[in-house]
Design a protein around this ligand. Structure first.
Ligand SMILES: Nc1ncnc2c1ncn2[C@@H]1O[C@H](COP(=O)(O)OP(=O)(O)O)[C@@H](O)[C@H]1O
Ligand SMILES: [Mg+2]
Length: 229
């Protein structure tokens, strides 16, 4: 760690004076903070405070109205649409409360889906998806449609899909919000393990104080503004 030749590594996420306006509505106002690589940071705040909107800006799904977001030292404002798509695909994973699996595709095809734009053999795509599903404990569920999986299994498929491009940052929007507490705990343990064992940066929106306690640091959002605690 004290290697004097090592280069200073960029922060995972930098928000600098970020605002988002929808007409007269401003769900995100002058937000600034940094998340370092390997951190597990939670974002708390009441419903409607702007958490999901902010997550969309950080992950590059939406453009800021003002201010800049940088991921791994790259300013998203400066990227062309295709560079942004590549950045999202290679560096960022996203997990939603409602899983967002494609209902007509099997678990395996859902996980392989982000690899379809990548130039590689179909067999290799499916092998990588298979390996990830096995790591998620779903080796016997690969051919199932989402409708035949439990909530916890669906979220595991969604996690495998988010990991298939080997991202360094995982954004999670209330990932356990649709799950019972036991299943939610299992999913949380899995995400924390990815953080501690593989160094994946975790940025997680949650309502749950207990989850916040497990993170390295919490941010609090209210009326579009973020406070650090
Ligand atoms: N596309 C949009 N157009 C207009 N208002 C929006 C849009 N997206 C979000 N909002 C508004 O932004 C506010 C914050 O929403 P959201 O980010 O979903 O909050 P949270 O995730 O904290 O519950 C809400 O009042 C919502 O109606
Ligand atoms: Mg939300």
């Amino acid at each position: 760690m004290n290697d004097s030749n090592s280069t200073v590594s960029a922060s995972a996420i930098t928000a600098d004076n970020v605002s988002k306006h929808f007409g007269p509505v401003s769900p995100v106002r002058r937000v600034s903070f940094k998340v370092e690589q390997g951190e597990f940071v939670t974002l708390l705040g009441p419903s409607g405070s702007g958490k999901s909107t902010l997550l969309g800006l950080l992950a590059g799904f939406e453009q800021t109205s003002e201010g800049t977001v940088s991921l791994l030292g790259r300013n998203l404002n400066g990227l062309h649409e295709d560079q942004l798509a590549l950045m999202r695909r290679e560096s960022v994973g996203f997990i939603f409360q409602a899983f967002h699996l494609i209902p007509t595709l099997s678990a395996l095809e859902n996980v392989a889906f982000p690899l379809y734009p990548v130039k590689m053999e179909n067999e290799l795509r499916h092998r990588q998806a298979q390996t990830l599903l096995e790591q998620m404990g779903l080796g016997d569920r690969v051919a199932h449609l989402p409708s035949r999986l439990s909530g916890g299994e669906r979220q595991r498929v969604a996690i495998a899909r988010a990991l298939v491009n080997k991202p360094s940052i995982l954004f999670c929007d209330e990932p356990t919000g649709n799950l019972d507490s036991t299943t939610g705990k299992e999913i949380l343990d899995l995400l924390i393990k990815l953080n501690t064992e593989q160094g994946l940066t975790l940025f997680m929106v949650t309502h749950d104080q207990e989850i916040a306690q497990l993170s390295n640091r919490s941010l609090y959002m209210q009326d579009g503004e973020v406070k650090q605690s």
